[in-house]
Design a protein. Sequence first.
Length: 374
Amino acid sequence: MSHELGTFEHNGETLPTICYLEGGQLPWHGMGNVIAPGAPVEEWRTMSGLAYDVELRANCRADGTPIDSSYHIARTDNGAIMGPYVAGQYVPFQTSAALDLAESICREHGFEFDTAGALFEGARGWFQIVAERHAELPGGDIVTDTLVISFDHSGRVAAKIISTPVRVVCNNTLSMAVATASDTSSFTHRIPFDADNVVAAIGAGAENFAAFAKLAHDMAVKILTDAERLEYFQDVIGGKEKTDDSGRVIRSVGVRRAMAFSTGRDFIAEGKAAPDVARVVDEAIDKASRGSASDAAIVADDIATGAAINPGHDMASAQSTLWGAFNTVTWLADHAPVKSRGADFALASNKLGEGTASKLKTRAATVARELLAA
């Protein structure tokens, strides 16, 4: 199943390997054990099916003799093999250590548990915690700080702490959270985990959140005309421009796609069923430059509306604002790149912070700050 959740036995009942905080939304798959606010922290580990440890066991030849520096990862409670091969320097990151880390962050920096779960019979799992601090933007849009501590016992994936707006309730949403994370910290299994350093780093992140919250508010109150929005996308995305026979500049496909997505519409190229939004605005700007029209807001009514195009574009904080333009770029970078190279490439791009998507989002923030400072 797409959620990849399992079941476990608890007090004579068969329960799903996921839990969430009481009052939270029921996960899409309709499963979950409800945890009351203020419940003992260990209950999050127990009720998510994560109450187990793993250990290294020697791989052996057919005659039963152990193979040098060759081990597999197995659960200590039921012997299930999580990872078939790791070398001798592998150091497991236990679910108990992940819980202790989450608890320390909650205690020191004002977070609370939101969801937790075990996937693939316990080979993968997570704890998600949400900061009590948040920022409310004009129109009621809420910006908050959410962290996911993910761990993997297969021997192939590093443990991670990621900052993400995605609520994790299954394998799909965990993968989405990793792929679209705004910040990721990974730690390998070759050295013992140092929780104190991580907790201290999260404290520094609290200061970063305050700065980001102010930036988000400033962007949400910065109104952009269509012409200014188009120029923002031009500065951020760039790309090759063309000039038609009349001397009118035709923006790059990337810029025109951003203009379409900023209105919640799918991109339709010139010559298809309808003109794309950016070309309509380009024409208006061209007329304005000739003194024959203004650059007031213009939206083509005949642009086809696609499903789930740039969710949130119609919120009060995003409509005709720099915040809306900024979020259009981040959505485009993660979900609709001009050249899609697959989910694995997108995940690696966000994880390493060196891919096209990550660089585009950094550029979007830089240009936004320059606009606010102008």
